[in-house]
Design a protein around this ligand. Structure first.
Ligand code: BG6
Length: 447
């Protein structure tokens, strides 16, 4: 794989931030350890901080990139982000490319807080850094806007300087192995696909429960809330992977076309479709407004008006400070038309269920009724279980997959402009008039 990756320069904007330290550098380290980085490959860290010079940034990087040569890691401050600052970065890039014999393939990774996206994209564009002698790609972290209008404006700004084929909008859920496998599971195994419709499925639940609270991120989170932070992006992506039709081909455009079609068939959400909650004690967290009405729990019922799913509710729910960390999708199949065993005492004839465990344990389980051994008929639910860890050992982190895909130029796992706008469009009525959040106890399952 390495041989096929063209030499490149990765510019990380926001190089001293949390995301770079916790996710991006370790992901690069893991790719490097597997020999999956191009050669030559150079990282230029950029941030406002004037202090870390090459040496200090290298010290951060060396911890997580032990195989990297120091000459591959550089740092440049962006100052206040004035045009001259971007011009200096441009000059730096050119000199690094000369020094390392790079052909001008550049990846700009915006690992920045949301308010920095617009000035950075403008600065890069004005300095001519949106194109090069090779390929130029721009990677934009979430949140992509905070409503339909801001997402449209951000798309318009990006499209002023870049072609859609250069733009990689991150949703790290798409990089999770279990999410990627959903397509294989559905479209390589016809026994499930024939059951995957309104005749056989009664409802689908998609849950992302987190044990952690808002932590140190109140500055962002208290203005976002669970619906913006998780539902509109991560859970809606999961919904699309469960509900989409088979794509015409296994390529980025065909797959992303099908996902947009799912959104086009979905009704807009409003307060009547939702339950919001806020954990007790949230208002006392550092940085949270004392009267905050921000939801830390959000659940919605989505309805898809298409031939496959008409009448099947999709329940999406997520929250912080819940009982335990658990991300899963449950497909609840319809009960048998005639329930022969339901009147016999000791028979639990719950309908069959397929569970897709996304984290912390990755795998699948099919739950069905079996007869307990013995003279009497007693039925209880049992499981057929598949665990990734048993078959494959530990899985790659989402950011490893996603960074690898950016280097390769594969946009399948990235969010297309029309998807993000349509998703905000669906959430707009709900976000404009949200329900009041109900209190819930930390450590519970929500309101
Ligand atoms: C992020 C959200 O996108 O996803 C966080 O901003 C959330 O609030 C995180 O905690 C969850 O990601 P994961 O991969 O731990 O489920």
């Amino acid at each position: 794989m390495t041989e096929r990756l063209p030499p490149a320069l990765l510019v990380i904007l926001g190089a001293t931030g949390d995301l770079t330290r916790r996710k991006l550098l370790p992901a690069l380290g893991a790719l490097d350890a597997r020999g999956e980085l191009p050669r030559p490959f150079v990282v230029l860290g950029v941030a406002r901080d004037p202090h870390p010079d090459d040496a200090a940034f290298r010290a951060i990087a060396r911890d997580v990139l032990p195989r990297f040569l120091d000459t591959q890691v550089h740092y440049q401050t962006i100052g206040d982000g004035a045009p001259s600052d971007f011009a200096r970065i441009a000059a730096d890039i050119e000199s690094l490319e000369r020094e390392h014999g790079l052909p001008g393939n550049r990846i700009f990774y915006l690992a920045l807080p949301p308010q920095a996206f617009v000035p950075t994209i403008e600065g890069l564009g004005a300095a001519g850094l949106n194109k090069s002698a090779g390929v130029t790609r721009i990677v934009v972290e979430k949140p992509f806007g905070r409503d339909l209008a801001s997402a449209r404006a951000l798309n318009a700004l990006l499209q002023r300087f870049y072609d859609e084929s250069q733009i990689y909008r991150i949703d790290h859920y798409l990089g999770k192995e279990t999410v990627r496998n959903l397509m294989v599971f559905r479209f390589a195994n016809p026994i499930f696909e024939t059951q995957w419709n309104r005749d056989r499925v009664e409802r689908v639940t998609i849950s992302v429960a987190e044990e952690v609270g808002v932590g140190t991120r109140a500055g962002y989170y208290d203005h976002a809330g669970a619906a913006r932070d998780m539902l509109q992006n991560h859970l809606m992506q999961l919904l699309c992977h469960v509900a989409m039709e088979p794509p015409a081909a296994f390529d980025a455009e065909a797959i992303r076309d099908e996902k947009v079609k799912v959104l086009r068939s979905m009704a807009r959400l409003s307060a009547g479709d939702a339950v919001f909650g806020q954990y007790d004690g949230y208002r006392g967290e550092p940085g949270v407004a004392p009267e905050s009405a921000t939801e830390t729990y959000a659940a919605v019922t989505a309805r898809l008006d298409n031939w496959r799913w008409h009448g099947v509710p999709f329940l999406l729910r997520t929250g912080k400070r819940l009982q335990k960390r658990s991300t899963r999708i449950d497909v609840h199949f319809r009960a048998a038309p005639v329930r022969l065993f339901s009147r016999i005492p000791g028979c639990d004839v719950s309908p069959d269920r397929l569970t897709i465990y996304i984290q912390p344990q990755e795998g699948f389980a099919l739950t069905f009724g079996v007869k307990e051994p013995g003279e009497h008929i007693r039925v209880r639910p049992e499981h057929l279980d598949f665990k990734y860890a048993d078959a494959f050992g530990p899985l790659a982190e989402a950011y490893e997959t996603l960074l690898g895909d950016v280097l390769q130029g594969d946009q399948t796992l990235f969010v297309r402009a029309d998807w993000v706008e349509r998703s905000w469009y669906l959430f707009e009525p709900l976000l404009n008039a949200p329900p009041a959040p109900l209190p819930y106890k930390p450590g519970s399952w929500g309101p």
